[in-house]
Design a protein around this ligand. Structure first.
Ligand SMILES: *Cc1c(COP(=O)(O)O)cnc(C)c1O
Length: 396
């Protein structure tokens, strides 16, 4: 393939070489167990401690509030299941969340519903934003937890997290946020934003796959996730994924240190991509708020186009993109996120998510802007649906 454009950074990101370099010793000669007392093991202990320290520093939390996990899904499950179990003992069985959360949250809530919890899913309106006032109105005396994602993985909209955090603190309700798409990309301050629990995942900010963290406010006592040894303060037992943890911290440090520099360039590329597509292709729309969105996210629906076919033709041109979240692709159900912002099934099916990173060049954007309209035209030319749309027989 002569060229390759990776525009699916919300699904996963490239592991950067500096991060791999930091990880390598712990995959090769530094193989000691952090729980061992001899100094060979203690070198690994030191590496985990340093990584926890760095993680805490860049997220605005304490060293002992960081709990490493196998990734974002595990952190979401842990936060929600274990806080629910603790609150149930106090007679609180109501949970507030939103309609467009990641499935790691929504499916966990489904499981709790079967255990007798009552779940309120707040609307996100056509701009893809949760309203603080809706959270306020939904809070009841028996509300155990509010779980609202920091930034959405499909349409990139950034939620009013500090405001929701302040509200929950005022009302004495626990607040969890799935910050997997936010950490390393936009400023996140755990304690400054009044967050009680926060999930993150290294592979979404140029770190390795299979490692993440749950940040849990000091003093919260929930059931342990994994029983066994004393790792992660006894709350999640099992010998640490040292290389992964070291990689997470290094990737976090690099992403946060470069954030200001990267963000402005990324926003410029994103907006050139969005504006260019909206201008050259008729009957398409941007999904999600144009301003309150992640620097790299463009999500556009094209009428009269089938998303899966669009992805296949893009793939033939070496372009990696997504029509929904990676977890739902392969199923024919339209994205729950796009339905939540009010799109009908046909429009939701014709949507394309392009998520850029600092790796994407201006030339990449030029290529996307020349290839995508051509592919859309080709698909529409052979679509009976499109023919009906232009004749005005069908409104999608
Ligand atoms: C990717 C993602 C997850 C899952 O993280 P993993 O580390 O892949 O388990 C959870 N929530 C959001 C918003 C995500 O984008």
């Amino acid at each position: 393939m002569d060229r390759f454009i990776y525009a699916d950074n919300a699904a996963t990101t490239r592991l950067i070489p500096e991060v791999l370099d930091k990880m390598m010793p712990y995959l090769t000669h530094q193989y000691g167990n952090p729980s061992s007392l001899y100094s060979f093991g203690q070198a690994a202990r030191q590496a985990v401690d340093n990584a926890r320290d760095t993680t805490a520093k860049f997220l605005g939390c304490r060293f002992d509030e960081v709990f490493f996990t196998s990734g974002g899904s595990e952190a979401d499950n842990w936060a929600i299941r274990m806080s629910a179990a603790a609150m149930e003992k106090k007679g609180k069985k109501h949970i507030i969340s939103s309609a467009f959360e990641h499935h790691a949250v929504l499916h966990t809530l489904d499981a709790l519903k079967k255990l007798g919890f009552e779940i309120t899913l707040l609307p996100v309106y056509d701009n893809g934003l949760v309203r603080v006032d809706d959270v306020r109105k939904a809070i009841r005396p028996d509300t155990a937890l509010v779980s609202i994602m920091f930034a959405n993985n499909e349409i990139g909209t950034i939620q009013p997290i500090p405001e929701i955090g302040a509200l929950c603190r005022e009302k004495g309700v626990l607040f969890h946020t799935d910050a997997v798409q936010a950490v390393g990309h936009i400023p996140v301050d755990f304690s400054g934003m009044n967050i009680d629990m926060m999930s993150l995942s290294a592979h979404k900010f140029h770190g390795p796959k299979g490692v993440g963290a749950l940040i849990m406010r000091k003093g919260l006592r929930f059931p342990n996730l994994i029983e066994g040894g004393a790792q992660e303060r006894g709350r999640r037992a099992g010998t640490e994924n040292i290389a992964g943890i070291v990689g997470l911290a290094e990737a976090l440090k690099i992403s946060c240190s470069n954030m200001d520099k990267v963000t402005s360039g990324l926003i410029a590329k994103r907006d050139r991509l969005i504006d260019g597509l909206l201008k050259t292709v008729d009957r398409c729309r941007l999904n999600g708020d144009p301003v309150r969105r992640l620097p790299g996210n463009a999500n556009i629906s094209f009428e009269g186009v089938e998303g899966e076919s669009l992805l296949l033709l893009l793939d033939l041109k070496g372009i990696c993109a997504s029509s929904g979240s990676a977890c739902t692709s392969g199923s024919l159900d339209p994205s729950h996120v796009l339905l939540a912002i009010g799109l009908d099934h046909a429009t939701a099916h014709g949507s394309l998510r392009l998520t850029l990173s600092d790796d994407n060049t201006d030339e990449d954007i030029d290529i996307l802007l020349s290839e995508i309209p051509k592919i859309i035209k080709r698909l529409r030319d052979m679509s009976p649906l499109w023919e009906k749309i232009v004749k005005g027989e069908q409104y999608s």
